[in-house]
Design a protein around this ligand. Structure first.
Ligand code: C2E
Ligand code: CA
Ligand code: CA
Length: 294
């Protein structure tokens, strides 16, 4: 299994106060909102051109099976290398891309790039590498997008079960009957489906009741409270038990230190992800790591 890493500091906060108001991590502090309206329009235009200018890339954060590490698994996370602003965090532009529809093109690029990378890593390492891809509600609403994804995988020869599609409860803002049909289409095609950010919202339970999903990802807001809050440990124990009864695996997100690593494992989480286990890596670093482990 991997070597535990020194604690990373980016976005990491500990202690009871962090449970109430810890901010989401950012790659840089630029926010489209803070930049003002005129600048925001410029930002939106730049975002629209970023794809064709090759300014996006994916990084891959390890997801480890407890307690042995398991087969290599990663979550693909989008990065925008802005020529002037530097690295812009996805939190600063995903919502904008969802509002103006650009997420369909960007998300398509993410899907294909992650699929290509997964195939490349499988071939190079001989291991059953899996990659999780974040999917926005607008993408899930587009049946033609999903059908093109299935065709794409058939074309390159990657089994769909190599990819997990991470969705959030926000898909419930679309028509639930349509969401259900599209999730079934994806499940039938072989994709694994994960419910992301569980514990951070309100409709998560409704989603579990309506849809057959494979994995539940415990939100960082729960994980970071486990070391010092009995109440959060009780909540997490119940969530894990419920997920297992629904035959779902549980991933603990945002594991930043040894205490959280031990507790999430003790509470029965099947997988863990976070700075303690590994920062997001470039594709070259992932390939190197798999080669070193061979
Ligand atoms: P997410 O899906 O919950 O992804 C996990 C986020 O938590 C990532 O931030 C990751 O770098 C960060 N993280 C991982 N481990 C730790 C930890 O131990 N502590 C802390 N404090 N943070 C940790 P990132 O890359 O900035 O992404 C933020 C969000 O942007 C993602 O949250 C996801 O909602 C969205 N996003 C990222 N890539 C994509 C994408 O390709 N498509 C879509 N639609 N959304 C994306
Ligand atoms: Ca995610
Ligand atoms: Ca998440």
């Amino acid at each position: 299994m991997r070597q535990p890493r020194p604690l990373a500091t980016r976005g990491a906060q500990r202690g009871p106060r962090a449970c109430a108001d810890a901010p989401r991590p950012r790659v840089c502090g630029v926010s489209a909102v803070a930049a003002g309206r005129g600048a925001q329009r410029g930002f939106e235009g730049e975002l629209g051109r970023a794809l064709q200018r090759g300014q996006f890339r994916l990084v891959y954060q390890p997801i480890l099976r407890m307690p042995d590490g398991g087969p290599p698994q990663f979550e693909a996370l989008l990065r925008w290398q802005h020529p002037r602003l530097g690295a812009v965090a996805p939190d600063s532009f995903i919502a904008l891309a969802e509002d103006n529809g650009q997420i369909l093109h960007i998300g398509d690029w993410v899907f294909r790039t992650a699929a290509d990378e997964c195939l490349r890593l499988r071939r190079a390492s001989g291991q059953p590498v899996r990659i999780a891809v974040n999917v926005s509600p607008l993408q899930l609403a587009s049946r033609s997008t999903l059908q093109l994804w299935v065709q794409y995988l058939q074309g390159i020869g990657l089994p769909a079960h190599a990819l997990t599609l991470e969705i959030t409860e926000r898909v419930m803002t679309q028509r639930p009957d349509q969401v259900a049909r599209h999730l079934r289409l994806l499940g039938d095609a072989g994709f694994r489906l994960a419910l992301d950010d569980f514990g951070s919202g309100y409709s998560n339970l409704a989603m579990l009741g309506q849809f057959q999903l494979d994995t539940l990802k415990l939100d960082r807001s729960l994980t970071r409270c486990l070391a010092h809050s009995e109440r959060h440990r009780t909540i997490t124990t119940s969530i894990v038990e419920m997920a297992h009864q629904l035959r779902m695996k549980v991933v603990a997100e945002g594991v930043e230190g040894p205490a959280e690593a031990t507790i999430t494992s003790d509470l029965g989480c099947d997988y863990a992800q976070g700075y303690w286990y590994g920062m997001p890596l470039s594709s070259a670093q992932v390939a190197q790591r798999l080669a070193d482990a061979a």
